[in-house]
Write a protein that binds this ligand. Structure first.
Ligand code: NAP
Length: 246
C-alpha cells in the first residue's frame, strides 16, 4: 500500500466512534500521527481514558468523548455542543457490536435486535446527524462508515445467521449510498463512503483473525486522506482501497 502523505491532516479534526479499541483505535493512531487532532468516542469511560492516554503518549493531540452512540439525544447534545466535534473535518463511524452467535432471524429476541440495530445503524445515523449539516454547509468533509462484508447483498453477505448484525450493516451500506446521493455524490465537497475492514484481530474479531487492526484501518485512513477532484468516486463500498459490490 502506498504511504499516506503526512502533510494532509495538520489542522484537521477527526471524530472517530469506536476509537477506544480495535480498528477505530488504529485509525485514530494513524490519523493522529499524520497531524490530525483526534476526538475518540466510546461508551466505557475506562477504555476511553486508557486510549486517550495511549494516543497522547505517542505525541498525538487527542481527547475523548464518552457517549452511547445509540442515544440520539445524548449524541445531539454532547457532539452538537462540542465546538471541535461538531465542526469535525472527518467523521469515522467505527463503533459497533456483534450479534449473539445463534442470532438467526427467527431466534432473535426484540431486545437483541434493538441492541445491535441501535448501536450499529442508529448510532451511525445519530453521529452523521450531529456532524453532517456543518460539513454540508461548509462544502467540505469526509464521512467513512465502517461496515462489514457480512452486510453486502453479494459475495459473503446476507447468507443467513447473525441476522441483526448483517442487517444493521446492510442498513449502514444503504445509509451511505443514500446520503452520498443527497450530498451530490461528492460534487458539493462532502465524500461519504462505507468500507469493509475484513476479519480482524480485535475484541470483536478474536485473536485468530488474519488481519491486524492497523491493516484493517488502512482503507479508512486512505479514504480519509485521498485527494478530492472531479474524478473522485464516492458513495461506494471499499475494501483494501478497491470498490466492492454492495
Ligand atoms: N473485527 C472484525 O473482524 C470486523 C470485521 C468486519 C467489520 N467490523 C466492524 O468494524 C468496526 C470496529 O470493530 P472492532 O473489531 O474494532 O470492534 P471492537 O474491538 O469490539 O471495538 C468496538 C468499539 O466500539 C465502541 N462501542 C461499542 N458500543 C458502543 C456504543 N454504544 N457507543 C459508543 N461506542 C461504542 C467500543 O467502545 P468501548 O471501548 O467504550 O466499549 C469500541 O471502541 C465495527 O463497526 C465492526 O462491525 C469488524
Amino acid at each position: 500500500m502506498a504511504p499516506i502523505s503526512s502533510s494532509e491532516l495538520t489542522d484537521k479534526v477527526v471524530l472517530i466512534t469506536g476509537g477506544s479499541r480495535g480498528i477505530g483505535f488504529s485509525a485514530a493512531k494513524a490519523l493522529g500521527n499524520l497531524g490530525a487532532t483526534v476526538l475518540i468516542v466510546g461508551v466505557s469511560p475506562d477504555n476511553l481514558a486508557r486510549a486517550v492516554a495511549q494516543l497522547v503518549s505517542l505525541g498525538i493531540d487527542a481527547d475523548g468523548i464518552c457517549i452511547d452512540v445509540a442515544n440520539g439525544d445524548a449524541v445531539a447534545e454532547k457532539i452538537g455542543n462540542h465546538a471541535l466535534a461538531a465542526g469535525a473535518d472527518i467523521l469515522i463511524n467505527s463503533a459497533g457490536v456483534m450479534s449473539e452467535k445463534m442470532a438467526k432471524t427467527l431466534r432473535t429476541s426484540q431486545d437483541e435486535w434493538r441492541r445491535v440495530m441501535s448501536i450499529n445503524l442508529d448510532g451511525t445515523f445519530n453521529m452523521i446527524s450531529a456532524v453532517g449539516p456543518q460539513m454540508a454547509a461548509r462544502k467540505s468533509g469526509r464521512i467513512i462508515n465502517v461496515s462489514a462484508c457480512l452486510g453486502r447483498f453479494t459475495g459473503p453477505g446476507l447468507a443467513g445467521g447473525l441476522a441483526p448484525y448483517r442487517i444493521s450493516k446492510a442498513g449502514v451500506n444503504a445509509l451511505t449510498k443514500n446520503l452520498a446521493a443527497e450530498l451530490g455524490s461528492g460534487t458539493r465537497g462532502v465524500l461519504v463512503d462505507a468500507m469493509c475492514p475484513n476479519h480482524t484481530q480485535t475484541d470483536m474479531g478474536g485473536p485468530l483473525a488474519p488481519r491486524t487492526p492497523d491493516e484493517a484501518a488502512d482503507t479508512i485512513c486512505w479514504l480519509a486522506t485521498r485527494t478530492h477532484d472531479a474524478d473522485t468516486q464516492t458513495g461506494l463500498l471499499w475494501e483494501d482501497r478497491k470498490i466492492v459490490p454492495w
